[in-house]
Design a protein around this ligand. Structure first.
Ligand SMILES: NC(=O)c1ccc[n+]([C@@H]2O[C@H](COP(=O)([O-])OP(=O)(O)OC[C@H]3O[C@@H](n4cnc5c(N)ncnc54)[C@H](OP(=O)(O)O)[C@@H]3O)[C@@H](O)[C@H]2O)c1
Length: 351
């Protein structure tokens, strides 16, 4: 077995740059393992890395990958991966063979607790080939026991789940605090609702497109839901929370930014890790200083947090939500569906 089927991104651009090919399997380094991929969950980063959508510090329009620099093409995208170890490098013990694993999504030289902050951070599916393939090579010590027997359900945990967990740690959410989760139906948001409510004991208000999602959000642990399509959204959130929002967890970006700052109570905290509706926004600095607000940025998380998240999933406190699966060869359709549809939870590719 020297080849596999995979999608490669061959340059910045549209879906025509996502090409289905037979490619060589790279050889294993001594500390690596070969993982037969069972499931890869889609993320916006898979699409944005193809579109070059990350901008740079100097130009928000510049074509760049997640590290805000060029990507070496061809590159296999996909960073939320679950599978089975089928081959080990010379320094990896045989006993890990056939283990079902989820892949910690990046490598870095950062010290414990600061892995995600390191300048040399390099992501699977961006600086390394990723999960739109039958096999992937990864460091043995970055392969963690899958917390669920269903590997499709395990796949979204490394990126979506870890991102949500870290946002909550960044905000230092305490039991009983009132937390608004924007984009609560999305990949990160559906984890954030559950982790904030079921692990950290927060009272979560889930912001969703309409009230038909109320039952589902309450099953996930939400205290209340508010529909964002309201003409009086600030009033609706203020009423639902009695004006007591301590923290906003946001991945929506521009569309929700001024509303989020308006509904936070004095001294409240806004955490962002994404911007589905727009990356550029306006900030009235008077709101920030007169309300004593904290604005925090957050990306992915630490290995310790990943361990804690896997345990919470194992304990049944957090359950990855799968909207739809596609076979690997339908990756283009899967990306179009993910980009355009109104899913609840994650879209997953099955090689
Ligand atoms: N920094 C990191 O570590 C990290 C990791 C993962 C993701 N991200 C980023 O986080 C963002 C969300 O990722 P995701 O995987 O959760 O995406 P997703 O599954 O597509 O979810 C996006 C959510 O945002 C909502 N939304 C989009 N436009 C909106 C608008 N105009 N008003 C209100 N709500 C809106 C969506 O609601 P509807 O379905 O109703 O539109 C949905 O709930 C992306 O920008 C992604 O790149 C960052």
């Amino acid at each position: 077995m020297n080849t596999m089927k995979a999608f490669q991104v061959t340059g910045f651009g549209g879906l025509d740059k996502l090409e289905y090919k037979t490619v060589e399997l790279p050889s294993l380094e001594k500390d690596e393992v070969l993982v037969k991929i069972h499931a890869t969950a889609l993320n916006n980063s898979d699409i944005w890395m193809r579109e070059g959508g990350y901008g740079t510090d100097r130009s928000s329009d510049a074509a760049a990958g997640w590290r805000r620099e060029g990507i070496q093409f061809p590159r296999i995208p996909g960073s939320d991966i679950a599978g089975e170890i089928v081959k080990v490098g010379s320094e990896v013990e045989d006993k890990v063979l056939h283990k079902k694993v989820v892949l910690f999504p990046f490598q870095s030289s950062g010290k414990v607790g600061h892995e995600h902050m390191s300048e040399d951070i390099a992501y699977i599916g961006s600086e390394f080939d990723g999960g739109y393939a039958e096999y992937v090579i990864w460091k043995a010590d970055l392969c963690y026991d899958a917390p669920l027997t269903n590997l499709s359900e395990s796949a979204p945990i490394p990126v979506s789940g870890l991102t949500a967990w870290h946002m909550i740690k960044r905000a230092n959410i305490q039991k009983g605090e009132m937390v608004l989760v924007n984009g609560a139906t999305g990949g990160v948001g559906s984890f954030a609702v559950q982790i904030a409510a079921n692990v950290f004991g927060a009272k979560v208000i889930a912001l969703v497109r309409d009230q038909s999602l109320d039952k589902k959000m309450k099953e996930l642990g939400a205290y209340k839901t508010v529909a964002y399509k309201s003409h009086q959204l600030v009033e609706d959130i203020t009423k639902a929370s009695d004006g007591q929002i301590d923290v906003v967890l946001d991945v929506v970006g521009d569309a929700m930014f001024s509303t989020s700052l308006a509904v936070l109570k004095k001294g409240g905290t806004f955490v962002t890790s994404g911007a589905s509706s727009g990356v550029l926004t306006e900030l009235d600095l008077r709101t920030l200083y007169l309300k004593h607000l904290n604005l925090l940025g957050s990306t992915l998380g630490t290995k310790e947090e990943f361990d804690d998240l896997l345990k919470a999933v194992q304990d049944g406190l957090v359950k990855p939500i799968i909207d739809k699966t596609f076979p690997l060869e339908k990756a283009k359709e899967a990306q179009s569906y993910f980009k355009e549809s109104k899913q609840l939870g994650k879209v997953v590719l099955l090689p």
